[in-house]
Write a protein that binds this ligand. Structure first.
Ligand SMILES: NC(=O)C1=CN([C@@H]2O[C@H](COP(=O)(O)OP(=O)(O)OC[C@H]3O[C@@H](n4cnc5c(N)ncnc54)[C@H](OP(=O)(O)O)[C@@H]3O)[C@@H](O)[C@H]2O)C=CC1
Ligand SMILES: O=C(O)C1=N[C@H](C(=O)O)C[C@H](O)C1
Length: 275
């Protein structure tokens, strides 16, 4: 039993699919206190966030004012955390704003470019503020990626297929980009061409990420989040696959990140770095 003050948490994107899960998880965590919920969807403005998330009244209205909510966080005894599950178009500004207010960001929103991540890292460093950018909060994906890194030492041919629901704004997924980055840097170019290829339809062979790793993106209703990493060599195929069937699978990772970011003084990228 600890006497430490609970971590004040603001959830941005609180009315969304992930935001609702975070509201439930944070409101049930003994060492955290939900102090604010932000979302720009006008349908939920002013509604109690617990009612919207389906976990009962929490007496916290959903507001469309991130800065005012961050100001509330600065008035708490201990430094607050902002969890962001919003949209690729707004996440960069949200994170900069949180850091400017001294509130530590835990970022699940994907779609940040490498330059944006670098810039946020420098901003967090200057402010001596911890920040976490986590493209995938599920332990299963970390394990898949570790197995893929292991396999990359032995296979020269690999392609990634990511499959998501059709409300996803960004492609390829943040997880697929991260996975390609993890497999790169071994000093080899994957998938050396065996023939001269012609794409009869643009995009047929997917997008090309680090070290010539191809990523293919599927978007369909009925899917949640899935990824395959397929290694090939003469006479064999090695397939790694992760399937998400419920967004609650991300919550142990989100809660861990909220706890860990309070111990950081700079930006860290990836769940694997804090396990
Ligand atoms: N890291 C991880 O493990 C995971 C990451 N994600 C990522 O999280 C992000 C959100 O996903 P998901 O919850 O499915 O998306 P949703 O669209 O369901 O939820 C996003 C919510 O944020 C709101 N929103 C959008 N922009 C802003 C803004 N600038 N300020 C405040 N609220 C805003 C949206 O409102 P409106 O609908 O009106 O636009 C919506 O209510 C995506 O980038 C997704 O890829 C998802 C799952 C796991
Ligand atoms: O949009 C989603 O749903 C997901 N987004 C993340 C990504 O882009 O990798 C994580 C997970 O795949 C679910």
């Amino acid at each position: 039993m600890t006497n430490a003050s609970p971590i004040p948490v603001v959830v941005n994107g609180a009315a969304g699919k992930m935001g609702r899960e975070v509201i439930k998880a944070v409101s049930q965590a003994d060492d955290m206190t939900l102090i604010g919920a932000v979302d720009h969807n006008p349908n939920y403005m002013g509604q109690d966030v617990g009612e919207v998330a389906g976990c009962g009244e929490l007496e916290i209205p959903i507001l469309n004012d991130l800065q005012a909510t961050l100001v509330m966080a600065t008035q708490e005894k201990v430094q607050g955390v902002m969890v962001d599950f919003t949209h690729p178009d707004s996440v960069y500004e949200n994170v900069r704003t949180a850091i400017a207010y001294g509130v530590r960001p835990v970022v699940g929103t994907t779609g940040l470019s490498s330059d944006q991540i670098k810039d946020l890292g420098e901003f967090a460093e200057k402010a001596s503020t911890g920040a976490l950018i986590i493209p995938n909060f599920s332990i299963g994906m970390v394990l898949l990626q570790q197995a893929a890194i292991q396999a990359s030492h032995y296979f020269d041919h690999v392609e990634i297929i990511e499959l998501h629901h059709n409300q996803k704004a960004d492609a390829p997924s943040g997880t697929a980009i991260q996975t390609a980055q993890q497999l790169a840097g071994l000093g080899k170019t994957y998938n050396p061409a065996k023939v001269e290829e012609t794409e009869k339809l643009a995009g047929a062979r997917g997008s090309v990420a680090n070290d010539n790793i191809r990523i293919h993106s599927v978007r369909l209703p009925g899917l949640i989040a899935h990824q395959e990493v397929i290694f090939g060599a003469t006479g064999q195929i090695y397939t790694l696959r992760h399937d998400t069937s419920d967004r609650s699978c991300y919550m142990p990772g989100v809660l861990l990140a909220i706890r860990q970011v309070t111990q950081l003084k700079s930006l860290v990228y990836g769940l694997d770095k804090i396990l």
